[in-house]
Ligand binder design. Structure first.
Ligand SMILES: *[C@@H]1O[C@H](CO)[C@@H](O)[C@H](O)[C@H]1NC(C)=O
Ligand SMILES: *[C@@H]1O[C@H](CO)[C@@H](O)[C@H](O)[C@H]1NC(C)=O
Length: 347
């Protein structure tokens, strides 16, 4: 939320320090050859589907509530209690910000706050009745998070592919917690082999979720290939090779965008950043979308989703905060949009 907005204003200043990534010396490295793609769902094909089915809509809504839950400090500072986002937890959203999560009685097995020193917050929660294990990353909440977002140079991630280059700050944030998180997920899966494992996040947390799911599927034992991903308002995470790798890795990835959200348009494409495919774009009624309010857009920069907007259309941070409700509603610090002066001071 308050995070990547900076990129928007600062990319010109940073552009000279960045080098364009291409496919490398070996053109074949541009392709992830080992993965089978269903040709009618080729992620790079810029197709569009209007509307989604109710079942998928329900899933997108349900998992957004775990992203919402990560904004309440009580859900990231005290392992072992139930996730909640209503009553005193969330005075600004009286009806609560995660009613279905509260009903499912999710106990946190791990909560962290500033674990890696990046003001990173998150939790792993389990519901034995729902047979679900959920890893959730919080969006940006501090100056330190903002500073992380500034590292928009890319780092080489050969674990993904030979020419994969990933947003430095997002990768560092995920790698800061990845070791204990992966260990714990493996233990939880071992103890509960019939539980689904799902990774979620909004905003900066969405970018971390995208990279976490990619890394967990990539490095983990066989079952991790089934890990599901739901990201909301995530910025772009890497170059074309990276997003191709991530998009071809699994069909259980749901990258949700809404209205004119500017954050998914960052870091800018001119810096060599692309998006994973497909995108699930909520084009109307973002607080209570129906099946016909969501389109699916395939492609790494499909112009029919949130990409159709540009800086000239304005900077609609409100769009960034409305995903099945006011998603950072339980954040006790009201989101503030930085002024350009603030941003310059932090550069
Ligand atoms: C490919 O995807 C289409 C559309 O989702 C589906 O109907 C078809 O069964 C899939 N084919 C294979 C071989 O998986
Ligand atoms: C966790 O955060 C909540 C909400 O800010 C606060 O009421 C509670 O005292 C905190 N608990 C601990 C152990 O710090």
């Amino acid at each position: 939320m308050r995070s990547s907005i900076l990129l928007f204003y600062s990319f010109v200043a940073c552009i000279t320090s960045l080098t364009k990534q291409d496919c490398g010396d070996d053109p074949e490295d541009c392709d992830v050859k080992s993965l089978h793609i269903n040709s009618s769902q080729d992620p790079q094909d810029e197709k569009e589907q209007r509307g989604i089915d109710q079942g998928l809509l329900d899933k997108l809504r349900f998992f957004s509530q775990f992203a919402a839950a990560s904004y309440w400090p009580g859900n990231t500072n005290s392992t072992g209690d139930l996730l909640k986002c209503s009553g005193d937890s969330c005075p600004k959203v009286p009806a609560g910000n995660c009613p279905d999560v509260e009903k499912g009685e999710y106990t946190t097995i791990s909560e962290w706050k500033d674990f890696a020193g990046f003001d990173d917050h998150g939790f792993i929660a389990i519901s034995r009745s729902a047979k679900l294990i959920v890893l959730s990353f919080r969006g940006s909440g501090s100056d330190r998070n903002w500073a992380e977002d500034f590292k928009i140079d890319k780092v080489h991630v050969p674990e993904f592919c030979k020419s994969c280059h990933v947003h430095h700050g997002f990768w560092e944030s995920w790698r800061g917690v990845s070791e204990p998180v992966v260990k714990l997920l493996i233990r939880l899966h071992y103890e509960n082999p019939n539980h689904r494992v799902v990774v979620v996040g909004h905003s900066l947390g969405g970018a971390e979720a995208v990279l976490a799911a990619g890394d967990i599927r990539n490095q983990g034992p066989w079952w991790t290939a089934n890990v599901e991903l739901y990201s909301y308002g995530s910025p772009r995470v890497g170059n074309i090779e990276t997003v191709r790798f991530l998009s071809q890795q699994s069909t259980k990835s749901y990258r949700v965008t809404a209205m004119q959200d500017p954050i998914p348009r960052m870091p800018p494409a001119v810096l060599g950043y692309k998006h994973t495919s497909p995108e699930y774009w909520i084009h109307s009624s973002p607080d209570h979308p129906g099946p016909w309010d969501v389109n699916i857009l395939w492609g790494y920069s499909n112009p029919k989703g949130v990409n159709q907007f540009s800086a000239a259309d304005g900077f609609h941070m409100n769009s960034h905060r409305h995903y099945f409700g006011y998603i950072p509603g339980c954040d006790p610090d009201p989101p503030t949009d930085p002024s350009v002066t603030d941003i310059r001071a932090k550069l």
